[in-house]
Design a protein around this ligand. Structure first.
Ligand SMILES: [Mg+2]
Length: 233
């Protein structure tokens, strides 16, 4: 791994899900595979219905809740079915791991940023070990000096606190540091509010958001693809 000057106060922070990797697509595929096996093994719903119930449970409990499949069997059968829960969990897990890979341009972009002397960190609304696990499985963990999560800080993006903690931990100068993420509010507005600039990739940005960026002259750049970061930094 390339060594950067530890005193360099230019830090590029990344969001993880749907920024470094296509989390939404692989999670959906893995959930559908799990449902298919549960239905084939006796969960008495059709697959689309069962997937709909699962999505509702995930929306209610949050994606980091560990017992979505338990609740699914409870809701459908009136009691937990350990065999179906195990089938669902294992299928979800195996498919997810099989599909987990970074976007095609992620690694080239990380190498490029290191070559430009930036230090790299992660700011994520998530669970610390789960996010490190993704970085390890993607084999990109050695690019990053720190992973700052909402679990650890006790505040979620776009709260300024998580950005302040991240900058402090990495000795970053906010004026020279950049947040790269996919969510307008959490990643871009949060970072700008903490004095940094932001780059949005694969974003959910609306025409209204774009107008707001122009009106307030916010330091937010919108690009299609993480591979285009090198046209800005
Ligand atoms: Mg994200």
């Amino acid at each position: 791994m390339m060594r950067n000057n530890p005193n360099d106060d230019r830090v590029v922070f990344f969001d993880v899900d749907d920024t470094l990797l296509d989390t939404s697509t692989f999670a959906e595929t893995a959930r559908k595979a799990a449902i298919e096996l549960m239905v084939d093994n006796g969960l008495p719903l059709d697959k689309d219905e069962a997937y709909g119930v699962l999505k509702t449970i995930i929306r209610q409990k949050g994606s980091n809740y560990g017992k979505h499949f338990n609740i699914l069997t409870e809701v459908v059968l009136g009691h937990e079915d350990p065999m179906l829960v195990a089938l669902g969990m294992i299928t979800y897990h195996n498919v997810k791991i099989a599909l987990l890979r970074p976007f095609a341009e992620t690694i080239d972009t990380l190498i490029y940023l290191k070559s430009q002397g930036y230090r790299l960190g992660v700011i994520s609304n998530g669970i610390t070990i789960k996010q490190w696990e993704k970085l390890v499985r993607l084999n990109v963990y050695s690019f990053f000096d720190e992973v700052i999560t909402s679990e650890e800080v006790g505040a979620k993006k776009p709260d300024k606190l998580i950005y302040d903690v991240a900058l402090r931990k990495m000795n970053g100068d906010p004026e020279k540091s950049i947040m790269i993420g996919n969510k307008f509010k959490e990643d871009a507005l949060g970072a700008v509010n903490a004095g940094m600039s932001a780059i949005l990739v694969n974003s959910d940005v609306t025409e209204e958001d774009r107008a707001y960026i122009r009106k307030e002259q916010l330091d937010i750049t919108i690009i299609e693809n993480i591979g285009d970061v090198n046209t800005i930094l």
